[in-house]
Design a binder for this molecule. Sequence first.
Ligand code: R5P
Length: 310
Amino acid sequence: MKLICGNSNSALAEAIAAHMQVPLAQCNVRRFADEEVFVEIQENVRGDDVYVIQSTSYPANDNLMELLVLIDALRRSSSGRITAVIPYFGYARQDRKSSPRTPITAKLVANMITQAGADRVLTMDLHAGQIQGFFDIPTDNLYALPEIGKDIQKQKFRDNIMAVSPDVGGVVRARALAKRLSTGLAIVDKRRDKPGSSEVMNIIGDVSDKSCLLVDDIIDSGGTICNAATALLEKGAAEVFAYISHGVLSGKAVDRINSSDLTSLVITDSICATEAVTKSSKIRTISVAPMFAQAITRIANGESVSILFE
Ligand code: R5P
């Protein structure tokens, strides 16, 4: 077995390798002067079961290209089986035609990864579970929820906690957290009465005096979570925490979180933390390296992966 990584999240790749006690394969992923990606695998991989660890996070296009070029290099080096390990699968939010004459880029990216030569995919918390079906190769979608649940149980939250979905689309995830913690469930329902009117946030469920745990797959600009936190406090919540699988945190998102009504935000290390994230007193990171290490070991041994979610 071989583990190999691009430049998107080498900290996570090293942590996975340390858990598995398998060194990362020697590989040089660099740029030509014009920014073309060039890959050189510096050890024999002929016939090996190879796992390429690369999140397609910011800069999404560069990191995606690195993944594709790595897979191509491995295929042309006669690897036995290539698994694309994509802790954060970028472009997942473009999973349907949101309006006429728009692309379904999640499908395009799935095609590109398959065409490059991947035999299977291992990822986590796809924005929509059905994206697994965009790949015509075996695809395992891990869930951060068990790790999130463990972290919540270690914290000294008041008894009065409630799982909250920040939008109607995330209800399944929040319901799963509520079930795991045996708590109630609330939903933030955003709507505009008519185009151009300001957005109204209604809360479905009684959150008064509750410690609310917002749960979502992605935090990008931070708008969804910060606005939901304010709306929950206005409805009488005692405090608001957020647990999010993928800390995309673009632009001024960290500043927004630092000055928001959130008590704290917990993200996973599926995306490499920026300096602003590591310096923020409100943001904490939990590692999914042990979970990925276990999943890779199970795939390599032909064992069940779904057992990890039970
Ligand atoms: C949307 O459906 C996703 O689950 C997230 O809620 C969304 O991507 C968050 O984006 P932002 O942080 O920019 O509001």
